[in-house]
Design a protein around this ligand. Sequence first.
Ligand code: HEC
Length: 396
Amino acid sequence: MLALFALGVAFYLSGCQAGGEFTGREYMPDMAHSQAYEIYTPTRTLVVDEGDTIAWFNSKTSARKPVAGTIPRGYMPYHFDNTNEGYEAAGATLFNPLNKYQGDTVEYDRILTNAKTNFETHCAICHGNKGKGDGEIVKNGAYPAAPPSYFSATLMELPEGKMFHSIHHGKNLMGAYGPQLTKTERWEIVSYIKDMQADKISKDDKMSKEQALGLITNGMRYKQGGAAAAAPAPAAVVDNAAANTTDTVANNNLTAAADEAAKADAAASKSALDDLATQPLKAGQSIVLKNVYFETGSFRLKQESYKELNKLVSILKNNPKSKVEISGHTDNTGNASANLNLSQNRAKSVYNYVISQGIPKAALQFKGYGQTKPVASNNTDEGRAQNRRTEFRVLE
Ligand code: HEC
């Protein structure tokens, strides 16, 4: 028994003779020792090529480059080229997906806090902590071009899509941040800049921060001193002398040429809304909003739409108990689901604008119907023009 025990102990202790490169005798090594290569040491790697032949690959580093065309997980390609056309297209069609959190104080604060950290890390050195274009290396003369202040007339009006584009690709002397910041981080910074701008608008034009944000996000553009122009029209402007209630053809055309034509007769044409300026709204009433224009293929409202929308705003102010639905409609050209999407987004743009003018959210709903509710034949140009429209319907 004693001899057996001694033998057992000797066998057990033989495992202890480790040292240097030798690990000692191991009974159950499992995965205790990594087989990994040192990344930057020269190595011979086994390569299996397409013909199934096996070769040794002599490389200077054991880390290999990924296969051409490999993208990181979660990476989304960016479709707009670093050209003027790409810049314009981004401005017209890209909208900040984080705007939907504007009402959610907790989430929105988180976005702004995150953005502040990234902004102060990457951007403040040139743009300054407050975005005035007076960053450290501008002040000390190390950087040749002072960036414009975010509060300059041009940048106050810069659509969020263009802002995102410039951050992604860089602009002239400013480098690209696409490789440094994730897509979400870039949008967060756009929110952060728009938030600083909204602070200024709300101070300058004495409106609520929420209203100011509404004016410069979701495709809205702010014109210096233009907030006044976009404010509800005074009653005197609403002309109800010669309104024609049967003339309800909207011109939210999809083609630029038609838009131009529509703009030309906009001044002359009367709006169905003019009639409602003096009458109370009745449930079930449905009215086409004339003279509401969007940029081609986009849901960005054109400046000349505000006059009509301001009439709607003052009507809603006169009827504080009413609830209305704003609906978007298209003709049957193109893809039905794209049309549905576009109509939904256009209805939402109108909704956002109306809310930005101080109408409570509870009074409004919006919905896109795409091509499902034509009011005229889709076989003629004129019919299709009638079908492309924004309407509002009195719910109660
Ligand atoms: C090295 C200095 C520098 C840094 C760092 C820098 N910018 Fe700029 N930025 C500029 C200059 C210069 C311009 C003016 C470019 C022009 O219009 O020629 C500019 C312009 C802009 C514009 C306006 C773009 C447009 O389309 O007109 C935005 C928005 C902007 N920067 C955001 C940022 C953000 C966000 C960061 C950080 C992620 C950043 N910048 C970092 C120098 C810088």
